[in-house]
Design a protein around this ligand. Structure first.
Ligand code: PEP
Ligand code: MG
Length: 586
């Protein structure tokens, strides 16, 4: 009689929780277009097969490039198709292919890993040469590398589910990767790198998908198609969950669903404290498909529409396409307002082939309003699209990464010029839109009085305000322990901004992740803000939390926090206040 093999052992991996919830499903390993291919050992007897794989991939890539070349030649003329000659030269460059084969024989590693390594070194050396022609060539080489890796992976990934519901696992998911995800298909995320304020994490929360990041070496432990459980509260990824574990999580899932059901009854209730202070509680979104969830959660509008995600998804979208998308959002949310943030490219939101990608220090470099003001054609296209949408409902526009009043004035002039242009063309525009700035840079916070005199609102972007105030890269795991939202300097700046805004009679909100952090709701309430904008999935919990608190108690908490000036103590104080007021959310 045959005995059945032992079921695989359960294994728990600890990462950083970034989006709450529980998900059980099969793994889909997602290889970003240019993620480093995973090295795999190749036994000497399998080397011939690797060589054949490489040859097949070269042939398939050649065929794709030639097809593309023929199509472009017939649509746009042969001169436009010539670029692909360069691609073919790179593809068939014998020095490159020979080096891959030589390393296969000496290092016994899979060819996609080696091919990527060789191409990466090649591109790095070209990037270092101060010659614009050669730098341009990097884009061609990158393109060919992408194609080759995709073709090689096409061979190597049989068995990985490509559609249907799955748990997405990768080294990292860039905002442009997350931008093209099929909503509804992804049950959970797990990545090797990332942080709670990385845009992957933000997207996960927006889409209400459980996610865990910072799981170093995760892929080494996983088989494609394997079953895993994601615990987005504790930051666990459980491989081969045992029966008792499954039961335990089914129970937790049931409890969460019950709580969600209860909180859904708050949908039409105001976001107000027990002692009657009201707040506007709105949602952050990246795509229109999140509007349903925003409305279901009872959001009083969209406080932050991160328009750059649509851009990453479709960088060539023209004014009409954008106007249509924005108009749909405005109409779907009417009579509530939608606040569009103009493109915030830069930082971690980049297209691999864009100029921003070469910025040596992206978070301090060409980002947000800086890019828009230096790219007036693209800025104008977006502003015109927003102004056209504003003819259909209440709209706000806010500018990211503002560090100086001159940027605000220039941006306002651009809005006014676009509105005048559209009117002259006879195109209806919304005229009574609100113009605001995001307060994300300490210089903007410290000049809040000057800015407040010239705008209609402030929205504090704490994700960046924390990183710029504390000089801690929001994505860098090595300094993640220093990224502390409860740092007294951050609270001090926030208080200053609220007071300056109110002195000038404008409203002040927070749209950074601090607003949706249940531990920090007492501080948000106590700072005297007017608006909080949070991921739609978190909104009912935040509303419930607010309704369990007293404004008077929370403003005292803020005073005490600022007086004590100790980041840990402040974290403890707000946590204890939160836990005592709404233990059911913990
Ligand atoms: C922020 O910085 O807090 C913010 C909301 O903008 P983003 O996270 O998109 O940088
Ligand atoms: Mg920001």
């Amino acid at each position: 009689m045959q005995t059945s093999p032992n079921p695989p052992q359960e294994q728990r991996l600890q990462g950083t929780p970034v989006s709450p919830g529980i998900a059980l499903g099969t793994v889909r390993l997602v290889y970003r277009a240019f993620a480093v291919p995973f090295p795999r050992r190749i036994a000497p007897e399998d080397q011939a097969q690797e060589v054949a794989r490489l040859e097949r991939a070269v042939a398939a890539t050649r065929e794709q490039i030639e097809t593309l070349q023929r199509r472009i030649a017939s649509q746009a003329g042969t001169e436009h198709a010539e670029i692909f000659d360069a691609h073919l030269l790179v593809l068939e460059d014998r020095t490159i292919l020979d080096e891959v084969l030589r390393r296969l024989r000496s290092e016994h590693l899979n060819v996609e890993h080696l091919y990527h390594e060789v191409m990466r070194r090649y591109m790095d050396s070209l990037r270092r040469i101060d010659d614009p022609y050669l730098r341009e060539r990097v884009i061609d080489i990158e393109d060919v590398t992408h194609r080759m890796i995709r073709n090689l992976r096409g061979d190597g990934q049989a068995g990985v589910r490509r559609s249907g519901k799955h748990i997405l696992v990768g080294y990292d998911l860039t905002p442009s990767d997350t931008a093209v995800l099929e909503p509804g298909e992804v049950l959970g995320f797990a990545t090797e790198v990332g942080s709670p304020t990385s845009h992957t994490a933000i997207m996960a929360r927006s889409m209400n998908i459980p996610a865990v990041v910072g799981l170093t070496g995760l892929r080494r432990q996983l088989q494609p198609g394997q079953e895993v459980l994601i615990d987005g509260m504790e930051g666990l990824v459980i491989l081969n969950p045992s029966e008792p574990t499954r039961r335990e999580y089914e129970e937790k899932q049931r409890e969460r669903a019950e709580l969600d059901h209860k909180l859904a009854t708050l949908r039409d209730k105001p976001a107000e404290t027990k002692d009657g202070r009201r707040y506007t509680l709105s949602a952050n979104i990246e795509f229109n498909h999140e509007l349903d969830l925003a409305r279901e959660s009872g959001a009083a509008g969209v406080g932050l529409y991160r328009t750059e995600f649509g851009f990453l998804n479709d960088p060539d979208a023209g004014e009409d396409v954008m106007a249509q998308i924005y108009t749909e959002a405005v109409q779907q949310l009417a009579p509530e307002a939608v606040i569009f943030r103009t493109l915030d490219v830069g930082g971690d939101k980049i297209l691999p082939e864009s100029q921003v990608a070469d910025d040596p220090n992206p978070f301090l470099g060409w980002r947000g309003i800086r890019v828009s003001l230096q790219e007036p054609v693209a800025f104008r296209r977006q502003l015109r699209a927003i102004l056209r949408a504003a003819a259909h409902g209440r709209v706000g526009i806010m500018f990211p990464m503002v560090s100086d009043i001159h940027e605000v004035r220039e941006a306002r002039r651009a809005v006014e010029a676009c509105a005048a242009e559209l009117e002259a063309e006879g195109v209806p525009v919304g005229r009574d839109l609100e113009l605001g700035v995001m307060i994300e840079v300490p210089s903007a916070a410290l000049c809040a009085d000057v800015l407040a005199a010239e705008v209609d609102f402030f929205s504090i972007g704490t994700n960046d305000l924390v990183q710029y105030t504390l000089a801690v890269d929001r994505l860098n795991e090595r300094v993640a322990h220093l990224y502390r939202a409860t740092h007294p300097s951050v609270l001090q700046l926030m208080k200053l901004v609220v007071e300056a805004g109110h002195r000038h009679g404008i409203w002040v909100g927070v749209c950074g992740e601090m607003a949706g952090d249940l531990d920090l709701v007492p501080l948000m309430v106590g700072l005297g803000l007017d608006e909080l904008s949070v991921a739609a999935g978190q909104l009912p919990r935040v509303k419930h939390a607010m309704r369990c608190l007293h404004y008077a108690q929370c403003s005292e908490l803020v005073e005490n926090a600022l007086r004590c000036g100790d980041v840990d103590l402040i974290a403890r104080m707000t946590h204890e206040t939160a836990r005592a007021a709404y233990p059911e959310l913990y």
